[in-house]
Design a protein around this ligand. Structure first.
Ligand code: ATP
Length: 329
């Protein structure tokens, strides 16, 4: 791919017996937002550290803006802004002072630094809090200051590790919109990692699903859904109260319904087409009340779960460790 800004070929990292990243192949184009998605310990941070030249791969190669992170770490650093999952600032200094400090470290002339910082503080929504001590900032404000810090050197590539971690839903949403503009308005290339599929999928052009060091699938979310759920029947769960036997028979005879199973108080209806409206009509006509109806499958939730199951089913729906448990977080 000629215009790939981030590239990995067979990238592998082993720590003793543990393979943290296994044979990763990846190409991210200019102006693209790519989400590396997977549960804790999947190997996302290790991948990022290899791309930044902060840890050496055991095998394989990487390129960032044409540079080899292992051999040319300084060149990679010059064109890449990195926001780690735990960004550090001097708490006794104000937001503006922290940015001035970074600008000085990067050798930016004072006048240029001041005007750039003014614009960035405005952009990340910190203009009013700029002269407050960072120690008084919320997690969301620190993240926004982190983004301003990353953008100071106008990087071509922006890499963010778990950028929405610890943010409330509104803060996360605002921060994601800000990240999206880096690609859409400025053609920067963005790689972010997250275990919160629901949060980040909305701004990613493509995602890679990462489990135990391996990228199991990669592409736009809709394509992944088609690939894994493409020809499957729809599954609808219903709860009826009252639930006369005649209603279950009526549901069975709705055109397109392939099977009806009873699972406690739930009816699981499998169908070859979207039969939801017909199910409600049939049940109601037979004297039932529909108190719950939900379509299972063909949702992102299902796509994610299937990839984990395909990998050995480590995570179930109700497992607190499951990425799905964080849904809506
Ligand atoms: N320096 C190290 N030495 C030994 N093992 C390590 C080291 N760094 C990471 N690992 C292991 O490599 C695996 C991948 O870790 P990594 O931090 O890349 O995962 P992650 O997907 O970023 O997860 P998290 O969201 O928890 O940071 C984990 O099993 C981790 O324990």
């Amino acid at each position: 791919m000629p215009d790939a800004v981030i590239e990995a070929r067979g990238l592998t990292k082993r720590y003793g017996d543990l393979t943290a990243v296994s044979d990763l192949n990846l190409e991210i184009r200019e102006g693209e937002v790519f989400g590396l998605l997977g549960p804790n310990g999947a190997g996302k941070t290790t991948t990022i550290l290899m791309l930044l030249g902060l840890t050496e791969p055991t095998a394989g190669t990487a390129r960032v803006a044409g540079f080899d992170p292992t051999r040319q770490p300084l060149e990679v650093k010059r064109v890449t802004g990195y926001l780690p999952d735990n960004v550090g600032f001097y708490d006794d200094m104000t937001g503006r002072q922290n940015l001035l400090y970074t600008a000085a470290l990067n050798g930016l002339p004072r006048g240029e630094a001041e005007s750039r910082i003014e614009r960035l503080l405005e952009r990340v929504g910190l203009a009013e809090a700029a002269d407050r001590r960072v120690g008084t900032y919320s997690r969301g404000m620190r993240q926004r200051l982190g983004l301003a810090d990353v953008l100071l050197k106008e990087p071509r590539v922006v890499i963010l590790d778990e950028p929405t971690l610890g943010l409330d839903p509104k803060g996360a949403q605002e921060f994601l919109v800000l990240i999206r503009t880096l690609a859409t308005e400025e053609r920067r290339t963005v790689l972010l990692s997250s275990h919160l599929l629901y949060q980040v999928q909305q701004i990613c052009d493509r995602v890679g699903i990462f489990v135990r060091g391996r990228m199991l699938a990669e592409g736009p979310i809709e394509e992944l859904a088609d690939r894994i759920l493409g020809h499957e029947p729809l599954l609808v769960e219903m709860e009826l109260q009252p639930a006369p036997a005649a209603a279950v028979d009526a549901i069975r005879s709705v055109a397109g319904v392939e099977s009806v199973e009873e699972d406690g108080r739930l009816l699981l209806v499998r169908a070859g087409r979207d039969v939801r409206a017909d199910l409600v009509r049939a049940a109601t006509a037979a004297g039932a009340g529909v108190v719950h109806l939900r379509q299972r499958g063909r949702t992102l939730d299902e796509v994610y779960r299937r990839y984990f199951q395909a990998d050995g089913g480590e995570y179930g729906h109700d497992d607190a460790r499951s990425p799905l448990a964080a849904k809506g977080a």
